[in-house]
Design a protein around this ligand. Sequence first.
Ligand code: PHE
Length: 455
Amino acid sequence: MENKPRETFGSRMGMLLAMSGSAIGLGNIWRFPYTLGQNGGAAFLLIYVLMLVLICLPVMVSEYLIGRRGGSNPFRSFDNLSPGSKWRWIGFVAVLASACILSFYCVVGGWSVKYLFDSFSFAFSDAQSDYAANFSSFIGSPFKPLLYTLIFLCLTGLIIVFGVRKGIERMAKIMITVLFVIIVLVVVRSLTLPGAVEGVRYMFVPDFSKVTADTVIAAMGQAFFSLSIGCGCILTYASYVSKEENILASSAWISFFDTVFAIIAGLAIIPAVYAIAYMNGVDPNVGAGPGLVFITLPGVFSQMPLGGVAAILFFLALMLAAITSSISLMEVVVAFIIEELHRSRVIAVVMTFLICGVVGVFCSLSFGPLEGFKLFGLSVFDFFDYITSNIMLPVGGLLLAVFAGWRLKRANYLDELTNSGKLKIPRWLCLTIYYLVKFVAPIAISVIFLNCILS
Ligand code: PHE
């Protein structure tokens, strides 16, 4: 086997932006606002933050740690840390999970490309237009969405071909900066609409009557999905990180950025939806589901001053956010192919493009010609969304935590967290994280699962 040195990130900032780019994505802009809307606003937010600190942050630290210590793709990293054991198959399942997520993610990514194109021709300026009908006729048509799905996947592949520093890191730096500026502009537009304050209140004043067992599951699924944990993305990126980095601080920053960004995205969308609904004397339907961003928002843009510009900015932000996440998903599969099947990066990208492209086409067609085709009662798209977010990610997270807590042993864990004593992190903090990983996270994830199965 050739002994080429492994690629690494060029700078701490680059690494943080790439990992935050993986976390910040459609999950924040497309999924978070409507999940928040469906689950009682601020009450959901509180539970979400609780999940984040007690379960997701410890899992992220563990995934980061396994990647950095294992120094390879998920399959090989587990093998390096526990040679010859069955654990590496967990790594393999993580690679599979990433491929499955990418397959449906690129469909929605494709929609964002199409809506961006449309916004350039000011397609969202007619208040009388039926945006729901437009959206369903687009996603249901047999060719157009496939084309956009493949364009999106192609853009992702084009970045990955350039490798870790020149591809992932460089693009993440540019895209995340642009994304942040844009979304702040959209927030300003949204918050300055008359009546917007009701939307803000909705986001920050909790309504506990809406909290049920399902809210807890929804919050956990959303947190895993949004933080990109449980499927090897953080692990793979961490394998490109230098041994000097502070794992705990990096994980905390990424979780913080991701959550702040989700709230900012919520502020860009929900107050605007409220303001326009009040103007028209109708109920603001923020719990509108996946259509919130593609149906409700175009309607909102069409009725607000400067709405055409806001639409361009918004859909550009959506596409950029989607790409910085899809590259992390593709990199997991590509790293696996390069290191385990010994192919070049270009071939690995082409292989991943073909595999996820074919599955992506089926996911996309499930909104149109294949609508009647069901897997376990779900359409192909919903099936992939469901098994990944609600099952594979939490189970992956559970196993990562169990491996880190029970297999790596306390001494190794603490040694890795403190970079062999070079970082002065208080011992109580390291131990707290360790026990969260060893007991709290696995138990909490199992209880939430059992609750879900039994109810
Ligand atoms: N975190 C991404 C988002 O919020 C999605 C994602 C999930 C990316 C899992 C990588 C791994 O959109």
